[in-house]
Design a protein around this ligand. Sequence first.
Ligand code: ZN
Length: 163
Amino acid sequence: MRIRQFGDPTLRRPAEPVTEIDAEVRAICATMVEAMLRANGAGLAAPQIGISKRIIVLDVEGQFHVLINPELVLVEGETEELSEGCLSLPGVSAPVTRGSRATIAGTTLDGERIEITGEGLLARAIQHEMDHLNGHLFIDHLTPARRKSAVQEYKRKQKHEEA
Ligand code: ZN
């Protein structure tokens, strides 16, 4: 299973809510966790494996979560500019400004409703993965000039990889 790359239309489509946690949803979650671990990622959203459903997985500093239908409850704290990357744009990173603390609510695979508040890297991963569910990528937060150079960098690396 290959992680969908920049340019794939699924990455730009707002994802649909999950209506029932059934065997199919469990299988999607298992695939996502596997893909995230294999890629050494801090998180992954279902559209990144080509599935337009509102599911994210997070693995940041020992905090591991699978969340169905997550909603961003609150972003607060100081805004921080930190270098960010994405498994759908491998090899590219750029500084993105985000709130330093974020809270999301969602449902676990056991059907339990939970809230997660994260700071630092977890806050960033939460906001980054929520963006994916709305069809947004981290480069959308950049100025047009920085976005253009990030895309060029990505294309250059892809070409290099193909060669
Ligand atoms: Zn991403």
